[in-house]
Write a protein that binds this ligand. Structure first.
Ligand SMILES: *Cc1c(COP(=O)(O)O)cnc(C)c1O
Length: 408
């Protein structure tokens, strides 16, 4: 008898986006003439930049000739991209990362999903609340949780992000082994300063724990005091892995390229307490299960890391951050307090005592604007909505005008 992985049956259906789609559909049927504006999406809307496109085209032309054709490349990524990442993303911040610590992949979603398989099934896992659901569901699949109860999985430690801690949860009192952190945060838009990250690094060092640091939105940081990498914190290389992606930073959501940095010093432990290199485990995993990112995509990504490429990316993120400013100021002007949106493309709006779905419905009914109810990201998201700055300027302007005139 072929038996299923029973842990999959504990998973909750992705109720959130299904329910949003259902409500939008109902609204549209009742109001066929009203144009809906979607500020719920976590996907970029602007095209790849000229430098990236030129490199992409040139690489495809190389693939068209026998002399320059490429077949399988190194599973960990071509050296030209790994070097470009070190030179473009780390060296300018004074962070000592080596090219052989950089693992190129086709997405931070799969990397943050796959990394947990390097670790024992009995470890204690801490996840943020509100959370990017990948961190939770992949640990459920691996059998690290009990059943779903009252909106949470038994056996997980939830790190609560609240207005009181500025949505940057402090380390827990109890010991945990694996910690997921995401800054700038999806969905709250919160960023962590040096002091808060240093607390986490110290915690991980004293508990022999490991931090998984998701920096998918690093390109949106504007505050010079905010660290871009967890490796800016001394000692983090022994206790942290960092995930980055070209998706949100360079418009690669449909092109697919990301990378994970696993420092040589990063250590996990065997049952007998002896240390083991996490980098070697990840390298073994990737070379066994993954066959690399396509050559043209890696050339396109390397172009994004060049000086000209980075200038263009700055233009992209400036555009979305201006959208974020417009949204944030409009919501504040009609009396909603907001966080995020300054160093992140998401604005986290306090529903002023209403439920997440109540404010979602109000904005849909009165303004025809679709947002994302915070409750869909976890219990601590109840009472908030997420508004995304990923859209065209005219739509953002139209959306805030509608919201302002309908609600003020
Ligand atoms: C969008 C996003 C990613 C990036 O995923 P890709 O697979 O690289 O497109 C990673 N983490 C978070 C929190 C995200 O929102």
């Amino acid at each position: 008898m072929i038996q299923i992985n029973e842990h999959y049956t504990k998973l909750q259906s992705s109720y959130l986006f299904v329910e949003i789609a259902r409500r939008v559909e109902t609204f549209q049927q009742r109001n066929p003439d009203r144009q809906i504006i979607k500020l719920g999406i976590g996907d970029v809307t602007r095209a790849l930049t000229p430098t990236v496109i030129a490199a992409f085209h040139a690489a495809i032309d190389e693939m068209a000739r026998d002399e320059s054709f490429r077949g399988y490349g190194p599973e960990q990524g071509y050296d030209f991209l790994r070097e470009a990442i070190v030179a473009g993303d780390y060296r300018p911040r004074g962070v000592d990362v080596h090219a052989d610590e950089v693992f190129v992949s086709d997405g931070a979603k799969c990397d943050t999903a796959n990394i947990q398989e390097l670790f024992d099934s009995a470890i204690t896992v801490a996840v943020p609340d509100p959370v990017y659901p990948v961190y939770v569901d992949t640990n459920v699949m691996a059998g690290r949780t009990g059943a779903w109860q009252d909106g949470r999985y038994e056996g997980l430690v939830y790190l609560e992000g609240t207005p009181a801690n500025g949505f940057v949860p402090p380390p827990p009192e109890r010991a945990v082994d694996l910690i997921y952190l995401c800054f700038p945060n999806n969905p709250t838009g919160a960023v962590a300063d040096v002091e808060r990250l240093a607390q986490w690094v110290e915690y991980a060092r004293s508990h022999k724990a490991l931090i998984l640091f998701d920096a998918a939105y690093v390109e949106f940081i504007r505050d010079p005091q905010i660290p871009h990498s967890i490796f800016e914190i001394p000692g983090a290389d022994e206790v942290a892995i960092e995930f980055r992606s070209f998706s949100k930073t360079a418009g690669f959501t449909g092109t697919r390229c990301a990378y994970t940095v696993v420092p040589r010093a990063c250590t996990a432990y065997r049952a007998d307490g002896s240390g083991h290199s996490v980098r070697d485990l990840w390298s073994r995993r990737q070379t066994t299960k993954f066959n690399g990112v396509s050559y043209p995509v890696q050339r396109a990504a390397a172009a994004a890391c060049s000086q000209e490429g980075r200038r263009e990316l700055r233009g992209l993120s400036d555009y979305y951050l201006e959208n974020a400013r417009i949204i944030r100021e409009a919501m504040q002007a009609i009396g909603y307090s907001c966080s995020g949106g300054l160093n992140a493309p998401y604005i986290w709006v306090d529903a002023r005592g209403a439920g997440s779905w109540d404010l979602f419905e109000l904005l849909l009914e009165k303004a025809g604007v679709v947002t994302t109810p915070g409750s869909g990201f976890g219990r601590c998201g109840e009472g908030f909505i997420r508004i995304s700055a990923f859209n065209h300027r005219e739509r953002v302007q139209a959306a805030v005008q509608r919201i302002s005139s309908a609600l003020s």
